[in-house]
Design a protein around this ligand. Structure first.
Ligand SMILES: NC(=O)c1ccc[n+]([C@@H]2O[C@H](COP(=O)([O-])OP(=O)(O)OC[C@H]3O[C@@H](n4cnc5c(N)ncnc54)[C@H](OP(=O)(O)O)[C@@H]3O)[C@@H](O)[C@H]2O)c1
Length: 255
């Protein structure tokens, strides 16, 4: 077998949910720099517009597709439009939330908080995968889910988030089995990354220091440090990798 050590992403198209900010924006730019067209998806139109521009600045195609990923019918329409227009070779299920209403002891968690976390982090990932399956099968594409260290180990006071991310790791494995050999399905498990999602943690000096002390690499990740592993898993360099979850956590889960 002739195996080329190249990404092989030129002239492909990647769809990145939650691609407007934070890790998703970094992943969108990372795919664009590897030569892929990228369509980032998110709700807020002005943030999304800047992400689309950042992708186009790398000389590849993009489309402006504002969407709430919990609206499954809207996701179906959006994925169909992208598939007809550009094709779909890569889907990155990255959109995720962890609102205050889902934090704390079980008694602190509201039904709305629980529902939002499961809707966005798990059900929407399933719905995007389902919507993209025909296009991914047609292109021989790949799916990358963005879970968390909370998909591999427990984290106190983040019960809905940990449950949703463990679910995403399980979904990665079951889809990988179902879709092989046509479509590879893998997962990333980032540790603590400097984005809006961790702004409150980083603003609290004691909490920030305790997270950094607990992390062998002694710092939060830059979002761009998650983009490289995402590009790798979607690329030809990972042609024999499916059903895997790659920790990108500065050593957090090595303890
Ligand atoms: N930051 C970390 O330390 C960390 C660690 C491990 C895993 N992760 C995971 O990495 C992923 C990205 O996290 P992040 O830190 O980059 O978060 P972030 O900065 O808060 O960005 C979240 C992204 O998701 C989008 N989004 C949220 N709800 C959505 C919805 N209903 N429909 C469409 N888009 C939606 C947001 O755009 P709109 O709000 O405009 O829709 C935004 O683009 C998440 O799955 C998170 O769980 C993060």
């Amino acid at each position: 077998m002739d195996v080329a050590l190249e990404f092989g992403l030129e002239d492909t198209t990647a769809v990145v949910t939650g691609g407007s900010r934070g890790i998703g924006r970094a992943i969108s730019v990372g795919f664009a720099e590897a030569g892929a067209n990228v369509v980032p998806l998110a709700r807020d139109e002005s943030t999304l517009e800047t992400a689309v521009e950042a992708v186009r600045d790398r000389g590849v195609e993009s489309r402006f597709e504002p969407v709430d990923v919990t609206d499954h019918a809207a996701v179906d329409g959006c994925v169909d439009r992208i598939a007809d227009d550009l094709g779909v070779d890569v889907v990155v299920n990255n959109a995720g939330v962890n609102p205050d209403s889902a934090l704390g002891r079980p008694g602190d968690v509201t039904d709305a908080g629980l529902r939002q976390v499961i809707d966005v982090n798990l059900e929407a990932a399933f719905a995007c995968a389902r919507a993209a399956e025909p296009a991914l099968r047609a292109s021989g594409g790949t799916l990358v889910n963005v879970a968390s260290v909370g998909g591999l180990v427990g984290l106190p006071r983040q019960h809905p988030y940990v449950a949703s991310k463990h679910g995403l790791v399980g979904l990665t494995r079951s889809l990988a089995l179902d879709w092989a050999p046509a479509v590879r399905v893998n997962c990333l498990a980032p540790g603590y990354v400097a984005t809006d999602l961790t702004a409150d943690l980083r603003a609290d000096e004691d909490l920030r220091a305790s997270i950094e002390d607990r992390t062998p690499l002694d710092r939060f990740a830059d979002p761009a440090e998650i983009a490289g592993p995402a590009v790798f898993l979607a690329s030809d360099l990972a042609s024999y990798v499916t059903g895997a979850t790659l920790s990108v956590d500065g050593g957090w889960t090595a303890r």
